[in-house]
Design a protein around this ligand. Sequence first.
Ligand SMILES: CCCCCCCC/C=C\CCCCCCCC(=O)SCCNC(=O)CCNC(=O)[C@H](O)C(C)(C)COP(=O)(O)OP(=O)(O)OC[C@H]1O[C@@H](n2cnc3c(N)ncnc32)[C@H](O)[C@@H]1OP(=O)(O)O
Length: 201
Amino acid sequence: MSGATASESPGRPGLKPPPDAALPVRHPGAPAPGELLGAHYDQCFGCGEGQPHGLHLESRAGDGVSVTAEFTVQTAHQGAPGLAHGGVLASALDETLGSLNWLLQVIAVTGRLETDFVRPVPVGTTLYLRAHCRAVAGRKIYSTAEGRIGAPDGPVAVRAEALFLEVKLNHFTDNGRPEEIQAAMSDPDQVKVARAFEVNP
Ligand SMILES: CCCCCCCC/C=C\CCCCCCCC(=O)SCCNC(=O)CCNC(=O)[C@H](O)C(C)(C)COP(=O)(O)OP(=O)(O)OC[C@H]1O[C@@H](n2cnc3c(N)ncnc32)[C@H](O)[C@@H]1OP(=O)(O)O
């Protein structure tokens, strides 16, 4: 097949920081290394406690702009019999990468996520994830992650490169379904979180 489209140009399009990109700066108010970050939203599929079949991923701050996280594959996460679904694994990487933005104290969403599936991941496996931010260029945040089987130094099962885009709070309030937005707004903790992240009002 020939005829790559503009979005398929070679060299990991959109995932390479431009030459003028800066190293990421950990925000002085970021949680200390070793601290759990906590769920940003109770109903989040990645980290929320209120999602019975969610990933219940708990991210912990690392040094610099890095995090670690653990995720145990449940029966609800299968694709092939006894194996994790690739989309679920991509979600675990996405959530881990997204939690880096807490350390930058920037509200950001995933624009691009490129995932390598290196090894099959059986149900019952605990995946040890780690992610770090590589560079920041304006609103663009370049990050990378990997997940290892069974232990922090276990075999690599998945890897990802991602581009996050900084957004304003109205990205959520303008686009989210009103029921959930109103419910989130009425939770004092959520408002606190939202305000804490509104760094450029
Ligand atoms: C009040 C209630 C309280 C709520 C609580 C608030 C606090 C919550 C805190 C934190 C929540 C975090 C949740 C984490 C969950 C895990 C992460 C996810 O799964 S996020 C969901 C999946 N992602 C999306 O749904 C994005 C959907 N996409 C969009 O909305 C837009 O496309 C967006 C924002 C990503 C970009 O749109 P543009 O209009 O802002 O920007 P443009 O002009 O298109 O792009 C800017 C630059 O970025 C490049 N760019 C954009 N998309 C790209 C792509 N896919 N690949 C490569 N480059 C891309 C462009 O080429 C451009 O580059 P050049 O400045 O010209 O150099």
